[in-house]
Design a protein around this ligand. Structure first.
Ligand SMILES: [Mg+2]
Length: 212
């Protein structure tokens, strides 16, 4: 399919929430290796709140819905990741204001707005071993995707995000609590980057399971 309908987008967001909640133990373990180990609980709280909000949603504008979900996530999951990811969703939502269905290019536009906001708010650069290192290659993969099929482009984005997350093992943490580890951070995967890869994987799986 070359567009996700409103209903499909809601279903994809629900699948992403379920997928991340199911992965909370893995994220806790990754975050504990470099940081304070709260990421699993953060994503569980944030995505549970998103899941609840989706079930009672009356918003018909996908951009406004994403903006609202960003607020919901940030309020439910008070932590640095919660604040950053909540802002990313809000800024992505602002970029998609007025949309009632999404093409792959729309998804890339929303992710780019989110990335720009994360760079500004988090003061991190690409290569600092953060979630940016999964988001950036995912956007590039969608832009390079030659298919008009949203599922195929999301699959490419998810694979690129996972390759980016793997690549963070070679990087030294330059920002946040993980940077206190210095060179000892090399060899570990960044938990935030892995979380982004899991989100895109859950989205790609959901879209492709619904078929063209
Ligand atoms: Mg943490």
């Amino acid at each position: 399919m070359d567009k996700l309908s409103f209903e499909q987008t809601i279903a994809v967001l629900g699948a992403v929430a379920d997928g991340l909640i199911a992965s909370k133990d893995e994220l806790t373990a990754l975050d504990a290796a470099l940081g304070d180990g709260d990421l699993g609980r953060t994503v569980e709280r944030g995505f549970k709140a998103i899941s609840d909000a989706l079930q009672t949603n009356e918003e018909a504008d996908l951009g406004k819905l994403l903006f609202k979900l960003g607020k919901v996530f940030g309020d439910a999951a008070a932590s640095s990741f919660g604040a950053l990811f909540g802002t990313a969703l809000r800024k992505g939502g602002m970029a998609l204001k007025g949309k009632t269905e999404l093409t792959a290019a729309d998804i890339a536009d929303g992710m780019q707005a989110a990335l720009d906001a994360l760079i500004e708010l988090g003061k991190a650069k690409i290569g600092d071993k953060t979630m940016l290192d999964a988001i950036h290659p995912a956007i590039q993969a969608i832009r390079a995707c030659e298919s008009t099929d949203v599922g195929a482009c999301l699959r490419a984005a998810a694979d690129a995000a996972q390759a980016g997350a793997e690549q963070t093992k070679t990087m030294q943490s330059m920002i946040g609590r993980a940077s206190w580890q210095g060179e000892r951070s090399i060899g570990q995967m960044d938990a935030g980057a892995r979380a982004i890869a899991l989100m895109l994987d859950a989205a790609a799986r959901k879209v492709m399971s619904d078929g063209p």
